[in-house]
Design a protein around this ligand. Structure first.
Ligand SMILES: [Zn+2]
Length: 238
């Protein structure tokens, strides 16, 4: 079942792939600001968050074992219990609309529900609000689970503010299979085709794809170990 939230994400994060069907690979993709902002935001992700998002088993290296070790370490070895929670749930915001709300946390009304710290002891907790139920309050580290209802004003659906994020919105960007990102120009596409040594243009097809939650996780995972990210994620070649 496709949730409402996923559809919202998908409608924003779309890419146009140029696929070499003979070689079964993605040559490059064209995408707008939102996709590029998502890719760059991966760099701001704490390693602990990446481990948590991908789950230990999906990681090829050893970093997952560090995560598992602190997870399983008896509290009696720790200076304080907060340290464990900080390591296991690092506060790192990356494209919150994309990676943080998991598929299970969305419902038809999830767009208009926010969460505040449930701890009523500190009024300074009220400065924080999250779209995700249960994240840790930056002030007191309690769960943010007190439901708040968003009051809608006069605003456009799906409006992407060109002034937020990392890159400017007026340009289309070229994303290579290895996630090299450059601003696109019509000349560079032709140069790219010759660089790829494409002999038969008939083998090339364009395909529009969307970057949803699952694909975003795959991009993160595969980018840590491979230079064929788009091919792996969108053509299913692991
Ligand atoms: Zn709090």
């Amino acid at each position: 079942m496709v949730s409402n939230n996923d559809k919202t994400v998908a409608s924003k994060l779309s890419l146009k792939l140029l696929i070499d069907t003979a070689a079964q690979k993605v040559l490059f993709a064209e995408a707008g600001k939102e996709v590029v902002d998502f890719l760059f935001s991966l760099l701001s992700l704490p390693v602990g968050s990446a481990v948590k998002l991908l789950s230990k088993d999906r990681l090829e290296g050893s970093i997952g074992n560090l995560y598992k070790s602190i997870q399983e370490l008896d509290p009696s070895f720790l200076q304080n219990s907060e340290g464990k929670s900080t390591l296991l749930n690092p506060i790192g915001s990356i494209s919150p609309s994309l990676l943080l709300p998991g598929p299970s946390s969305s419902s038809s009304s999830s767009k208009n529900v926010y969460f505040q710290c449930a701890n009523s002891n500190y009024s300074s907790c009220n400065a924080y609000v999250s779209k995700v139920n249960g994240v840790l309050c930056p002030n007191c580290k309690n769960r943010m689970s007190k439901q708040m209802i968003y009051v809608k004003g006069d605003e456009r659906e799906d409006y992407v503010d060109p002034n937020v994020g990392f890159v400017k919105g007026v340009v289309t960007y070229t994303i290579m299979d290895d996630l090299t990102v450059t601003p696109m120009s019509s000349i560079s596409s032709i140069i790219l085709l010759s660089k790829f040594n494409v002999k038969n243009l008939n083998t090339l097809v364009e395909r529009d794809v969307t970057l949803g939650f699952d694909e975003a996780l795959e991009v993160l995972e595969i980018s840590l170990r491979s230079k064929k990210v788009l091919t792996s994620v969108f053509l299913g070649k692991k």
